[in-house]
Design a protein around this ligand. Structure first.
Ligand code: PPS
Length: 569
């Protein structure tokens, strides 16, 4: 029978005296400001959550992980944990250089001795690790559009963990969890990995899984980075706390895991298993479509529903954690209880509410029955998901210069202000360039910075319940997507393509810029000497030729109404 070995796991922290010395020395080292994902990775590297890794992967380890899920030591490791950096920074370092790794406030968390520096083949990484080079996969999108072009590898010396001010009492390092289990005499512990709020079905299945494995239960939710669009972790943790009371006393524990998920399906399941082993767990529940990224750009699932279970089972001994199959639990109306789907006879009534339906009910303020979730959980979800017509949102116009974006955006703003209820802010292309981006030009790099600034301000407005209307050219698909992701964490994002043709924009030439661009007096002019990538799936596309402005703005209002964002009454 599997029993936990609860001896401490090696950490990568140095002693307090050495940390002091290193901190002084680090003042002269090249400094890298860690991205949110790198912060999560570093924390788990340092506290032993990623044991046996001793730092960010070297090139040889990276190749081994990418091609057959093993480190050069022979240990199983399915996910590249790499330090991606900009070309400028990479140019400053070479093998042997020590670099200081800092958090967003500039605090030095670790020193890394660079042993390897290389330019990865990102498409190959996407294919081998995630099974497809398709940016519909969040991790592939990250790889191509967020991660820097160069990887650095090398061992880490940890100075201090990143600081978390939220839910401090619920965060346990691997060694803290091991000590906790030891103290309570827990020797068989099953982990439940989750990135979603728990409802009754989850409570039933986790409780049963623990009972079947004759084990205690650890609810081990990810609070680092999950799939864009997920319920924020603050809300989720309040929900988990509410559900904790529903388990028999002293059988179940809750601990938060600051992991940055990749949504890598089968490989991610194996990774989750290794991380759980490091935290002192003996079992892990692996469900249908574990860590699934959703649909690919052809509308098909990236992975089969049981691929994760299959890969986990194959490597179970190497992982060192036993898999517990996820039993899908369904509610049987006649017996008013949850039962495993595969044990139910024909002829009974099964009730279910899908994730999409739940979100719709929350959005529209409709009833969520008690058989589906606990009232305490629903209360928490309602607090953060007020009905849609009370939430903030962003309307993002994109189109060529002179397409009519600003004019329609202005008309829309006035109409929304006439309706009242929420503050409205217009972030027009020209206005933003005057107030926020006056130092920027029109290179790709500068345009991206400009759009991300707009996205940042719009996401803050949206988060605080206001309406942001943006009207830049925003010529690049990937940048528009980055803005969408920023905003969808806080509310709805409505992309409106003002699809006036180049010929028509040039014919109108309201600012006289096209003429100058044709004469070569304005360089990098969108549509003439610079690209514009048409949006493929905007929420709305408006034609402006032979349609008046009032009507275009009205089309947007109808779309907003259809999406439940405004009441037309
Ligand atoms: S971007 O690409 O989204 O950052 O551009 P944006 O900030 O929306 O551009 C604002 C206005 O700048 C004027 N302008 C140019 N546009 C495109 N290319 C070049 N090279 C350029 N130089 C100046 C142009 O008038 C844009 O305003 P709109 O309202 O779109 O006509």
């Amino acid at each position: 029978m599997t029993e936990a070995n609860l001896a401490p796991i090696p950490e990568l922290y140095v002693s307090a005296t050495e940390a002091e010395k290193l901190k002084t020395a680090a003042g002269d080292m090249p400094s890298w400001d860690l991205s949110p994902r790198q912060m999560c990775d570093l924390e788990l590297l340092m506290n032993g959550g990623f044991h046996p890794l001793k730092g960010f992967l070297s090139e040889a380890d990276y190749n081994g992980v990418r091609d057959d899920m093993h480190l050069t030591s022979g240990d199983i490791w399915p996910m590249p944990v790499t330090l991606d950096v900009s070309q400028d920074f990479a140019d400053k370092v070479k093998p042997g250089t020590e670099i200081a790794l800092r958090d967003a406030e500039g605090v030095i968390l670790a020193v890394m001795t660079v042993t390897d520096k290389w330019t990865p083949d990102k498409s190959l990484e996407a294919l081998r690790v995630f099974g497809a080079d398709d940016v519909a996969h969040p991790a592939v999108n990250y790889l191509h559009n967020v991660a820097g072009p160069v990887y650095l590898g090398g061992p880490i010396r940890g100075l201090q963990p990143p600081t978390h001010y939220d839910f401090r009492g619920r965060r346990y390092t691997p060694n803290e969890l091991r000590a906790y289990f030891k103290k309570l005499g827990w020797r068989r512990i099953v982990a439940f990995q989750t990135r979603n709020p728990l409802h009754r079905a989850h409570q039933e299945l986790t409780f049963r899984a623990a009972r079947e494995a004759q084990a205690n239960l650890l609810i081990h939710p990810v609070v680092g980075m999950t799939k864009p669009g997920d319920v924020d972790h603050f809300t989720r943790v309040r929900c988990y706390e509410a559900v904790l009371d529903k388990y028999p006393a002293a059988t179940t524990h809750l601990s938060l895991l600051n992991l940055a998920m990749r949504m890598g399906g089968p490989r991610e399941a194996v990774w989750h298993g290794i991380i759980r082993r490091n935290h002192g767990l003996t079992h892990m529940i692996v469900g249908r479509d574990h860590a699934g990224p959703g649909k690919n750009s052809q509308g098909e699932d990236f992975y089969g529903p049981y691929d994760a279970q299959e890969l986990f089972r194959k490597h179970q001994d190497e992982i060192g954690v036993e898999m517990v199959d996820f039993k899908q639990m369904v509610y049987v109306q006649e017996r008013a209880q949850y039962e495993p789907a595969d044990e139910i006879e024909d002829g009974v009534t099964i009730l279910n509410i899908s994730g999409t339906e739940l979100r719709r009910r929350l959005r529209e303020g409709l009833e969520i029955p008690e058989w589906f979730s606990f009232p305490e959980v629903v209360k928490q979800l309602r607090r953060t998901s007020p009905p849609r017509d009370k939430q903030g949102f962003t309307v993002f116009f994109t189109g060529l210069s002179g397409s009519g974006k600003s004019t329609i955006a202005n008309a829309l703003m006035v109409k929304l202000m006439e309706m009242g209820g929420r503050p409205v802010t217009l972030l027009d292309g020209d206005v933003v360039r005057k107030h926020l981006s006056s130092e920027l030009g029109f290179s790709k790099e500068h345009r991206d910075i400009n759009i991300k600034r707009i996205g940042y301000v719009a996401s803050e407005i949206t988060k605080n319940g206001g309406i942001a209307i943006c009207a830049p050219i925003a010529p690049y698909t990937a940048t528009r997507r980055a803005v969408r992701e920023m905003i969808e964490a806080n509310g709805a994002f409505i992309e409106v393509h003002v699809a006036t043709s180049l010929e028509e924009c040039e014919r109108r030439d309201r600012k006289g810029l096209y003429k100058l661009a044709r004469e070569g007096k304005i360089k990098e002019f969108t549509g003439i000497s610079d690209p514009y990538e048409d949006p493929q799936n905007p929420e709305l596309r408006v034609e402006t030729e032979n349609v008046d402005v009032d009507n275009c703005a009205h089309q947007v209002l109808l779309k907003l109404e259809q999406m439940g964002l405004i009441g037309m009454a």
